[in-house]
Design a protein around this ligand. Structure first.
Ligand code: F6P
Length: 360
C-alpha cells in the first residue's frame, strides 16, 4: 500500500499548452482516492523560497473551472534564469518545503531540465516523485510526445498557412523562425504540416546555396512565393549561434537566425523579397489541442496510478500509442532528445520536395 494522503503538484520550466489539463487529471484522479492535492506555486520556487507558496486544489475549486481548458500554468512556473544556491543547499530547501507541507509524494510536470534538477533534489531523500513530460521543444527523452508540443505545432502550422497567403500576394519568400532551442522537432513537424518549401533545423547541416537552389527551382516552376521555416537553434554557416537576449544567469536565449538568413538570401539571390516572422512566446500559449488534452489526461491519471501502486522516481511517457513509465535515472542519463536526421519526419519532408539541408 502506498499510504498516501497528500500529494503536491508543480509545473516547472517554460510553460506550454496542456499544463492545466495535466493538473486537472491529477486533481481528479487523486481526489477519487481520497488524497489531498497541494498545487505548488511558481515551480520549485514555491517549495524552496523562504515563504512556502501553495494552494489546495479540489475538483470543485480547480477542475470545475475553465482553467483546465486554457494554456499557461494556473500554478505559475519557473524557468532557468534564477541564480541558484549550491545543489546541496537547494536540495535542503526543497526537502524542508516538502516536509513542512506534509507531502507524501510530488508530481513534477516539466521538461528534461526540470526532471534532472528535481530528481537531484530528491536524491538521497524519501521524497516520492513522478514526472510528467511537457515542452514545446519535444526533446524530453524516452517519450515520443511531451504535453504542449502538438499545440505549439498547431500555432506554427497556422502561422505558415497565413504566411503562405500573404507570400503569394506579394511574391515573397517569407521566413518563419520558430522555437525549440537545440531541437528541430517543432520546426520540422510544423513545416511538414504546413507544406513549407524549406526547413532548417540544428540537427541537419545546410548551406545558403542549398536554400537558393530550392528558391531557383520554385521560380523556374512558375511559382512566385516560398515559405522557409527555421529553428531558432540553427547556427549560421560559420557555425555561430545567434542570441536575442540572455537570461538572469547569462545563458543565451536564441533568436535572430531568421534575420541572418534573410540578409544572406538578399545578398546572394535577390529574386525573392524576404521578410521574417519570429513567432516567439505565442507558440507556448495556443489553445491546447485535443491531442495534448488527451495526453495530459492520460499522463496525469498514470502519474497518480503509479503513486497509488507505490511506484515513484519515474517519469510517465508515451510510446507506440501507450502510456508507460521509465525510471528517472534513465531519463536523466538519456539527456535531451534531438531530431533524428534519418527519422520518418525528415525523410517525408524530403520526399515531398522540401529542402531540409544536406541529409546524405
Ligand atoms: O524550452 C521552451 C522554450 O520555449 C524554448 O523553445 C525557447 O528557446 C525558450 O523556452 C525560451 O525561454 P524564455 O521563456 O526564457 O524566453
Amino acid at each position: 500500500m502506498s499510504q498516501i494522503k497528500k500529494i503536491g503538484i508543480l509545473t516547472s520550466g517554460g510553460d506550454c499548452a496542456g499544463l492545466n489539463a495535466v493538473i486537472r487529471a491529477v486533481v481528479n484522479s487523486a481526489s477519487k482516492l481520497g488524497w489531498e492535492v497541494y498545487g505548488i506555486k511558481d515551480g520549485t520556487n514555491g517549495l524552496t523560497d523562504d515563504t512556502l507558496r501553495y494552494e489546495v486544489l479540489t475538483v470543485h475549486n480547480y477542475s470545475d473551472t475553465p482553467w483546465p481548458r486554457l494554456s499557461g500554468s494556473y500554478l505559475g512556473s519557473s524557468n532557468q534564469g534564477v541564480k541558484m544556491e549550491s545543489l546541496e543547499a537547494m536540495s535542503q530547501r526543497f526537502h524542508r518545503g516538502v516536509k513542512a507541507l506534509g507531502l507524501d509524494a510530488l508530481v513534477v510536470v516539466g521538461g528534461d531540465g526540470s526532471m534532472n534538477i528535481v530528481s537531484n533534489y530528491c536524491k538521497g531523500t524519501d521524497i516520492r516523485m513522478v514526472g510528467v513530460p511537457k515542452t514545446i521543444d519535444n526533446d524530453t527523452p524516452l517519450t515520443e510526445f511531451s504535453v504542449g508540443f502538438d499545440s505549439a505545432c498547431q500555432v506554427c502550422t497556422t502561422a505558415i498557412d497565413s504566411l503562405s497567403l500573404t507570400a503569394r500576394s506579394h511574391s515573397r519568400a517569407l521566413i518563419l523562425e520558430v522555437m525549440g532551442r537545440d531541437a528541430g522537432h517543432l520546426a520540422m513537424h510544423s513545416a511538414l504540416a504546413g507544406n513549407a518549401d524549406v526547413c532548417l533545423v540544428p540537427e541537419v547541416p545546410y548551406s545558403i546555396d542549398g536554400v537558393i537552389n530550392k528558391l531557383k527551382e520554385i521560380k523556374k516552376s512558375g511559382r512566385n512565393h516560398a515559405i522557409i521555416v527555421v529553428s531558432e537553434g540553427l547556427k549560421t554557416e560559420n557555425g555561430e549561434h545567434l542570441s536575442a537576449a540572455k537570461n538572469k544567469v547569462g545563458e543565451a536565449v536564441y533568436g535572430g537566425i531568421g534575420q541572418y538568413l534573410s540578409a544572406e538570401l538578399n545578398k546572394r539571390y535577390g529574386e525573392f523579397q524576404t521578410r521574417v516572422t519570429t513567432l516567439g512566446h505565442v507558440q507556448r500559449a495556443g489553445e491546447p489541442t485535443s491531442f495534448d488534452r488527451k495526453v495530459a489526461a492520460l499522463f496525469g491519471a498514470k502519474a497518480v496510478e503509479l503513486l497509488a501502486k507505490g511506484e515513484h522516481n519515474c517519469m510517465v511517457l508515451w510510446k507506440n500509442g501507450h502510456v508507460s513509465a521509465a525510471p528517472l535515472n534513465e531519463v536523466v542519463k538519456e539527456g535531451t532528445t534531438l531530431l533524428n536526421p534519418q527519422s520518418d519526419y525528415v525523410r517525408a519532408a524530403e520526399a515531398v520536395g522540401m529542402y531540409v539541408g544536406e541529409t546524405k
